[in-house]
Every structure is written in C-alpha cells, then in structure tokens.
Design a protein around this ligand. Structure first.
Ligand code: OAD
Length: 233
C-alpha cells in the first residue's frame, strides 16, 4: 500500500492525528473504554463550561489529579517513533487530541494540541493562558480554568491544521475512537488532498471504512514497525 505513494520519505508531507490510545500504554486512561475517564465521570460535569460554573472544585480536582499524573508517566515507543519520523520527511504536522505532554517529551516539534493542554491554565476573565505544573488551589478555583477545549468550544490551531492537510500525502490516525468532531473529520480533508490514509487502533472504529489501510494492535508496536518500514522508502 505504501508503495502507492510513489515518493521517497524525504519528499513526503505527513500529517498525524493522535488520540488517547497512543498514551494508553504509558498508563494514561482512555476516555471511552470500560473504566475509562468518561465512564467513571460524566463528561458534562467535567468537560463543559456549565459543569465548571456549577462545581469548579470538582472540575479542578479532576484536572489537578491528571496534571499530577504527568509527573509519573513517560512517553512510549509510539511517541518516540513519531518524533523520529518527523526528522526524516519533508514536512510533518502532529495533531493531537491528547492533553498530556508525552509527544513533546518524546521530542516531537511541530505539534498542535487541538484540545488544549493539561499543563496550561487560563484566566477566566482575560482568557490569558499560562504554563502551569501544579494544582490549582482553592482560592483560585474561580480565577483560573484548565486550558482544555471543552464541549461546545472551538478547537485550537484549526488554520494550521487545515493548511497542513491541504498539502498532505500521508495521513495517519492513531489511537482515536473517531467519535469526536472536528478531529474525526480531518481524514476527509486529507482524502480531498489526495493523501493515503491509514488507521492504527486496537479495533475497528466507526470511520474505519474511510481509511485505505489499517494496522490493528498496540500503537507502541504497530506505529514503530510502520515507521521503520517507511524509513526504507
Ligand atoms: P477514546 O477513549 O474515545 O478512544 C481511544 C481509542 O484508542 C479507542 O478507539 C481504543 O480502541 C484505542 N486504543 C486504546 N488503547 C490503544 C493502544 N494501546 N493502541 C492503539 N489504540 C488503542 O479517546 P479519543 O478518541 O482520544 O476530548 O477521544 C477524543 C476526545 O474525546 C478526547 O480528546 C477528549 C474526549 O472527550 C476532550 O476532553 C476535549
């Protein structure tokens, strides 16, 4: 399938979309698996402005805990393989729905956190965002909110995402259930640009039929093997 690209790796424009599945093997729960983040917590209470206004304590405690977890988790082979791939092709844009910082810690550079970042908080009035590693304490519960894109809010970096997709030769979707839009729809833009579209997941998703090819299994393994194969192009 890859041979249909008719280009060398050094000439390829690559766009990658990642979701919670790529970080699962680092020990971060996905959202929709049984016992996942949204199974244990109703998402409207933790991922909407309304939920935050109703109970800022609950929301900050949830994101404080997840921010704390970043201090103990580490990138896995899937994250490292993507960072290596970035060094070898013509252009590379990594779009992640993940709010963890494992891609940057693995060495990825051209990275768009379309759903925001756990290690950033935003002033509720000015909207000013700042890097933040700790826990938001009680006297700031109403002053700052996590800089996470909640339901009903605009994703980040959409212009850069669109321009990367318009030039895309190869589009990889890794570890996402392809349920949440606009992320799930990016494959359609890549296809319009003529890209070869490949999905990596443990199992089929609702959008699997759209993809030209699929690699089923753990992303740490499938992505590393795929990147090694590409490096021989
Ligand atoms: P989901 O929890 O919806 O889906 C995770 C996907 O990863 C599933 O399709 C799993 O089969 C797959 N998966 C799990 N472990 C894997 C592994 N080791 N290797 C490969 N695939 C694996 O997570 P997302 O699709 O990322 O938004 O969810 C999208 C958005 O929904 C999130 O960014 C979040 C949530 O609401 C916000 O919080 C704004």
């Amino acid at each position: 399938m890859i041979s249909s690209l008719n280009k060398k790796l050094v000439d390829l424009n690559i766009v990658v979309l990642t979701g919670a599945g790529i970080s699962a093997e680092s020990g971060i729960k996905t959202f929709r698996e049984s016992n996942g983040l949204w199974n244990n917590h109703p998402m409207e209470t933790l991922a909407s402005m309304q939920g935050f206004e109703n109970n800022p304590k609950l929301v900050h405690e949830f994101y404080n805990l997840r921010r704390e977890q970043l201090k103990i988790v580490k990138p896995n082979e899937g994250h490292f393989a993507l960072a290596e791939l970035e060094k070898k092709c013509k252009s590379f844009t990594l779009i992640t729905q993940n709010v963890d910082d494992l891609h940057e810690r693995a060495g990825s550079k051209n990275l768009i956190h379309m759903h925001g970042e756990l290690r950033r908080i935003k002033h509720v009035v000015s909207g000013e965002s700042k890097y933040f590693e700790d826990s938001v304490c009680e006297n700031e519960w109403n002053v700052y909110r996590p800089d996470i894109v909640w339901f009903g809010e605009n994703v980040k970096g959409f212009e850069d995402i669109s321009s990367a997709l318009s030039l895309c030769d190869l589009f990889l979707s890794i570890g996402t259930s392809s349920i949440v839009y606009p992320a799930a729809g990016l494959v359609n833009e890549a296809k319009k640009a003529g890209a070869l579209c490949i999905e990596f997941n443990l199992e089929q998703t609702a959008l699997s039929p759209i993809y030209h090819d699929h690699f089923y299994g753990k992303a740490s393994q499938t992505v590393s093997e795929f990147v090694s194969g590409l490096s021989r192009l």
